[in-house]
Design a binder for this molecule. Structure first.
Ligand SMILES: NC(=O)c1ccc[n+]([C@@H]2O[C@H](COP(=O)([O-])OP(=O)(O)OC[C@H]3O[C@@H](n4cnc5c(N)ncnc54)[C@H](OP(=O)(O)O)[C@@H]3O)[C@@H](O)[C@H]2O)c1
Length: 299
């Protein structure tokens, strides 16, 4: 029953360091060596979390660890792994489970985008030429995208369930969490000239909700959500990154496409992640962070 004593209050619960507390959390971020992944890694490690990062390129991961481990209360630990291969996922689980008792936060961020296509056409023949006869339009390309953006996400999540479950069991008031990085590309009605990427991201959004459902039906307390970003600087959007593994997208490139009139930045992504990771009442949801992109583009 609520206290009628005006002096009894729970104000400390409302402090930022209570609500968004990720101190000492054990995390794994796939694709943590650049772009959005690196933003997520910093948001956690700067606030005291122990963050394992994986990707296929050892130098990128080591560069991130060397650059961003300094002067922070958490830790960044690189492990090379191709998460589109089941045996490598199993190996990653073995490595991590030998080092850690539990996994508090799993972020399936790694993703790829491949070929683009001209979808605009003035006749059926032209549309067929662009989208079917084009040398780049192959089943293999669709398979590659699905393998990295969709299937991988399912296998990474199911592989790590035992460590995620232990995290919930071991910490009163904490439910471990899987956060998938999807995209507004899976929400907008247009293909944005890469239909295979957009279809994969829509599938990944559905996968998130489906996985959340299968987990809760089995009585496990592991929350599964996804963040659908709009445009953020990364190797995918800028084509490269600098010596500090950060990328740059010119502001004017998206000025007319995004109501915010700019690409997203580190703080936009950090705030979204800390909310998703710590809000114990959030499950099965998509959090779109896009500066209003989908408002303008339409879903
Ligand atoms: N940037 C945007 O505007 C935007 C918008 C919406 C959604 N997203 C999503 O955000 C996520 C991150 O992408 P990003 O934009 O930050 O691009 P990015 O800089 O290219 O980052 C992707 C990371 O994933 C890693 N990766 C790719 N395939 C992998 C594999 N098989 N195994 C392990 N790691 C792998 C890459 O490292 P290696 O190549 O070294 O393996 C790379 O560090 C993706 O899922 C993307 O679809 C991005």
């Amino acid at each position: 029953m609520a206290s009628s004593d005006p002096k009894a209050h729970n104000n400390p619960d409302f402090q930022l360091q209570e609500i968004f507390n990720v101190k000492d959390k054990v995390c794994l971020v796939t694709g943590g060596g650049s772009g959005i992944g690196l933003m997520l890694v910093q948001a956690l490690a700067v606030n005291g979390a122990k963050v394992y990062i994986c990707g296929r390129t050892e130098e990128k991961l080591q560069q991130v660890a060397d650059t961003y481990n300094q002067g922070i209360s958490g830790q960044i630990i690189p492990i090379t792994c191709d998460i589109s291969k089941k045996n490598e996922i199993a190996g990653l689980y073995d490595q991590l489970s030998k080092k850690e008792q539990r996994l508090d936060i799993l972020i399936n961020n790694a993703g790829i985008s491949t070929k683009t296509f001209q979808t605009e056409a003035s006749s059926a023949d032209e549309m067929k030429k662009n989208l079917f006869e084009n040398q780049d339009a192959t089943f293999e390309d669709w398979d590659d995208i699905y393998r990295t953006n969709v299937s991988q996400c399912w296998f990474m999540s199911t592989a790590f369930l035992p460590m995620l479950d232990k995290a919930t069991q071991q910490q009163h008031g904490w439910s471990s969490t899987i956060i998938n990085i999807t995209s507004i590309s899976g929400q907008v009605k247009t293909s944005q000239h890469h239909p295979q990427y957009n279809a994969s991201k829509a599938a990944q959004i559905h996968l998130t909700r489906m996985l959340a459902e299968e987990i809760q039906v089995n009585g496990l307390k592991i929350r599964v959500n996804n963040i659908a970003p709009g445009v953020f600087p990364s190797e995918m959007t800028a084509g490269e990154s600098g010596a500090n593994q950060k990328s740059h997208v010119p502001k004017d490139k998206y000025e007319s496409k995004v109501p915010a009139a700019r690409p997203g930045n580190d703080r936009d992504m950090a705030g979204t992640l800390l909310f998703c990771a710590t809000c114990q009442y959030l499950n099965g949801q998509t959090i779109t962070v896009d500066g209003g992109y989908t408002l303008a583009a339409g879903r």
